[in-house]
Design a protein around this ligand. Sequence first.
Ligand code: VNL
Length: 390
Amino acid sequence: MKKRLFLSATMLAVAALSSVSAIAQTNTFKIGLILPMTGQQATTGRQIEAAARLYMAQNGDNVAGKKIELIVKDDTSVPDVTRRLAQELIVNDKVNVLAGFGITPSAFATAPLATQSKTPMVVMAAATSSITQASPYIVRTSFTLAQAAVAMGDWAPKNGIKKVVTLVSDYGPGIDAEKYFKERLTFNGGQVAESLRVPLRNPDFAPFLQKVRDLKPDALFVFVPSGAGAAVMKQFLERGMDKAGIKLIGTGDVTDDDQLNDMGDGALGVVTSHHYSAAHPSALNKKFVEAFGKANKGLRPNFMAVGGYDGMRVIYEALKITKGKGGGEALLAAMKGQIFESPRGPMFIDAQTRDVVQNIYLRKVERKGGQLYNVEFDVIKDVKDPGKEK
Ligand code: VNL
């Protein structure tokens, strides 16, 4: 008798507890943010986390009756770790949305889990065109290398650059950058003399740069992921490539705002194409850059930060549109077609491809107020990912 009473009391307590957690669960909206916080891509994680926290500080953590909970996990940019963390976030934490993804292999490793669990997956960094085709639950707020590279393939030959050597990191985004730049340059009457690929992990640029010097092109076109640009710039200058008359061009990853200011005067005049510059002259961007710096000891936001900030916007708005009700499918539907002003300029999420459509700017490194910036001087409006047309 006594034992039964005890048992049922325990059961009641357990039932009460689980209903409490059920309530807590339904009143919380969990975002699992997986980023490289350590290792070679750590600056990408730091920038995106800071931007996500800034967005939350500015917009509150109460949306459509839900308390937003941000769970940040460090995948050290190892795809197997990304997949394991995503699995844990889905199964144990029951996250409503997955987000982040610093490099392409991490996004690909997670895509099947998003599909199986019907969890929207907001890609805030990784930029290979085909990522959005890996799962119908993927929405992207970063950019694609095809978007950026095509603009450079148009600009260069019109500005006296005919013979080019390309140098890219040997994985998805690098191969896209190489392909789309070459295609457009050739179409415009230019020529790629040689295509060089360097390993993603611990690259040594020296032997490649020596080769470029010997080939004497008008310009070297570079794609390396965020965080690696300063090393390329340093070795390019140390080898006197600029003095040998070889220009450095590329997508804006190489003159990354996270590192640009420490690259020195040798970076002056470098022209790149990209979707975001911290110097973008809009009122919204000025506010963003100032607030970001204030919250992060003067850190300048780079293109990764803006991908994270806008990704949070897309998630918040989807939650508002669905009024806090509905699961992954409803959230995903509410993410498609969102159109808004970002610190980068106008952007929207193409409802068909779930990819970002945005302006691509041509920019030149200049000194402004004592600091190095990518100063925009031309724009190609509303660029869809060219990688989807094939
Ligand atoms: C990727 C593309 C990563 C561009 C990057 O930095 C970048 C990627 C970490 O898709 O892996 O600048």
